[in-house]
Each structure stands twice: as structure tokens, then as C-alpha cells.
Design a protein around this ligand. Structure first.
Ligand code: 21W
Length: 234
């Protein structure tokens, strides 16, 4: 999959993607990440990318021309989707991530501090995605959330051990608690059941822990899980 990211701060994207699992996915040719800076498409000598809003008000607005020209410079592959990261977008969920992972190219449009001139939307007609109901300073972290969450769904990004199907959200429940050595730390013992090698019992313990945690921490997910698995409510 190819990611083309339009951003005024390409280093934010490049830096994150030069580490750990995403770095490995790039080296393995599972993904390719390109950044395009709208500032390189400005036509004036000051390389101006934003201006004050018509009608007045606080903040600056990203100008249409540098963004649209930068967008049109991107080579469009077959099976490509364009996404604008905005607080008004559709919330990013595991389901949305799965759908996005079926594309061959995602073109990601980031703003920073400010809003987009509405004509960028009128011309490009992107889908809009948000990562939640809180306010950030820009679309770069949300774009990285899309890159990261989509990349780990692709064949060849994760090893067998870190397989994506086993994750929390893949089955709709939160994770069970994990323990590693030592068997006792500051008086806190690893649950006995994990030490006896009885895998039927271990699986039962872990599943019960998942149910309990989800019920307490995320009643919304618990409700959905019970509905989808036809469990009668108690
Ligand atoms: C924050 C952009 C506030 C716009 C006129 C001029 C992308 C985000 C973002 C940001 C405003 C996402 C304005 C969750 C987020 C993002 C930056 C409001 C200000 N109006 N998901 N300037 N939260 N945030 N407009 O913040 O770009 S996805």
C-alpha cells in the first residue's frame, strides 16, 4: 500500500515512520510513504500557505491553491482513496481501519492549527476522518494513526506472534491481564492458574478476565459484544 501525505510538517510523518514496526514494513516493501508539502506549490515569493478568514474571526485558513496543486501533483494509483483528517470527520474505528486496508493507495490531507478553505473540499471531495472528540493542533498525528493502524493489518507487517487477529477489538473485548517474570514482585503474585500449564483453564481464566474488564471499563463495548454473540442479558 502506498500512503501519500500532504502536510506542512513532513518531518513529523517521516520521523515516526523511521522507527520500529512501520520502518520494518517499509523495508519489507509492504508499504511506501511519500510526503508532499503544499508550501512547495506556493506561487508567491513568501511561500504563503494560509491567510485570514473572509468574514473575520480568529485563526488562519489554509489557502486552496497550494493544497489543490499539491494534491494534483500526486500520482493516482488504481483503488485509491483520499482522506482529509478533520475534527468533523467520521470517527476512526477498527472497522473503518479494515475497510481502508483494502485500498492500494491512501492520500492523506493534513491541516495544522487552522481550517481548510472550503473550496479544497469542493474540488478534492475527500472522505473526512477524525480520531476522537478532543482537539489537537493538527492532522499529522491523526494521519499517523491511520498509517499505523492500517499498516499493521497488512500481510507481512506483523510477525506471527504479534498477529492482528488476536487483538483486542478484533473480537470486540478488551485484553486480559499479562504477566512475565518474576513470579512475585513487591508481594504481588502471578495468578496461580497461569503457572500450571493447563491451557483449557488458562483460556477460561483469560476469557473471564476479558469479559469482566470490558463490562466494567467499557459497558458500551460489552453491550455490543453480547448483542453480536446473542448472549441473553443478565
Ligand atoms: C483543530 C483544526 C481545530 C481545526 C478557522 C480557522 C484532524 C483532529 C484534527 C484543528 C480546528 C482530528 C479554525 C481529532 C483533531 C485536526 C486541528 C478548528 C480552527 N477555524 N481528530 N481555524 N481531533 N485538528 N478550526 O483535532 O486537524 S483529525
Amino acid at each position: 500500500m502506498r500512503f501519500d501525505v500532504l502536510t506542512l510538517f513532513p518531518e513529523m510523518i517521516q520521523n515516526y515512520c523511521s522507527q520500529s514496526i512501520i520502518k520494518r514494513a517499509i523495508e519489507a516493501n509492504v508499504i511506501e510513504i511519500k510526503t508532499i508539502n503544499p508550501r512547495d506549490y506556493t506561487l508567491d515569493k513568501h511561500k504563503k500557505v494560509d491567510d485570514t478568514p473572509y468574514g473575520g474571526g480568529a485563526g488562519m485558513v489554509l489557502m486552496a491553491q497550494p493544497y489543490v496543486d499539491a494534491y494534483e501533483s500526486v500520482e493516482k494509483l488504481a483503488n485509491s482513496k483520499t482522506i482529509m483528517l478533520t475534527p468533523q470527520g467520521k470517527p476512526l474505528t477498527d472497522e473503518v481501519v479494515n475497510e481502508l486496508s483494502n485500498n492500494e493507495q491512501l492520500i492523506l490531507l493534513c491541516g495544522h492549527y487552522e481550517g481548510f478553505d472550503e473550496r479544497i473540499r469542493d474540488i478534492i471531495k475527500p472522505e473526512e476522518i477524525s480520531i476522537g472528540d478532543f482537539v489537537l493542533t493538527g492532522g499529522e498525528l491523526p494521519a499517523l494513526c491511520v498509517i499505523d493502524s492500517v499498516s499493521r493489518k497488512l500481510e507481512g507487517t506483523l510477525g506471527k506472534i504479534e498477529s492482528a487477529e488476536e487483538d483486542s477489538f478484533a473480537n470486540g473485548l478488551l485484553e486480559y491481564p499479562h504477566y512475565t517474570k518474576p513470579r512475585e514482585y513487591r508481594g504481588l503474585k502471578v495468578p496461580e492458574v497461569l503457572l500450571n500449564g493447563n491451557h483449557a483453564e488458562i483460556n477460561k481464566f483469560r476469557y473471564e478476565q476479558q469479559l469482566e474488564r470490558t463490562k466494567i471499563r467499557r459497558p458500551d463495548l460489552f453491550e455490543k459484544y453480547n448483542q453480536e454473540n446473542n448472549v441473553t442479558k443478565n
